[in-house]
Design a protein around this ligand. Sequence first.
Ligand SMILES: Nc1ncnc2c1ncn2[C@@H]1O[C@H](COP(=O)(O)OP(=O)(O)O)[C@@H](O)[C@H]1O
Ligand SMILES: [Mg+2]
Length: 249
Amino acid sequence: MSEALLEIRGLEVVFDGFRALGGVDLTVGAGELRFLIGPNGAGKTTLIDVITGLTRPASGTVRFAGTELSGQKEHKIVRLGIGRTFQTSVVFEELTVVENLDLAAGFRRPLPTLLRQRRGVSDTVATALDTIGLGHLADRPAGVLSHGQRQWLEIGMLIAQQPRLLLLDEPVAGMSRDERDRTGELLTSIAKDHTVIVVEHDMEFLRRYASQVTVLHEGKVLVEGDVAAVQADPRVQEVYLGRTREEAA
Ligand SMILES: Nc1ncnc2c1ncn2[C@@H]1O[C@H](COP(=O)(O)OP(=O)(O)O)[C@@H](O)[C@H]1O
Ligand SMILES: [Mg+2]
């Protein structure tokens, strides 16, 4: 087992008296590609929101590479090396693909470099462009991209910020079969040098690309393990297929 990069203990989130997270423990090792699944309303996005400083927990701890994250500001958490996607798009439509990547990469650049007239593309941007496979569209405005290409650009914008941990919230939602496959391959390739947590509940996608899976249900970790064990678990089947214990018996 690799060294833990993210260690969450006893995490609770309460919205107006409603417990969205009810004591979550989660450990993700450096270099892992972890899938986080669970029915709608399970608390998956809330968990990402807490890790990234968007939502304050009622209690619990979130340690990232030895630093406590809860109570820290969003921008501070980004600078510590955590990047996330949102369920809604954040690309600038009028800017080209490469300009979007350049802008995302810019936040780490020292001021003199930022102010200097830019010639060509930095290594970081070139690498991100290559990773997401949009080199042929580098100079097209992001507004012309297909839904899938836009998702890949957003992932590229995260990579350009050189995070250690990437949190991707339903990256294949609304994608075609072909786009899903390309995204699965992209995730596999990104996971070679990043730690990645992916929220996704498409079982077919999971079977193809997941190894370690954490199942969240009603704000708690229900089951954790490799994809085959998780799929075979009767508690997971119950949650996903809506089977009651009586029917299953
Ligand atoms: N800002 C909020 N205020 C009140 N309730 C919220 C808020 N955000 C999420 N919730 C509730 O918390 C639960 C978990 O939501 P969410 O984390 O978005 O689930 P998931 O991403 O797993 O579908 C849901 O019941 C949702 O309605
Ligand atoms: Mg969600």
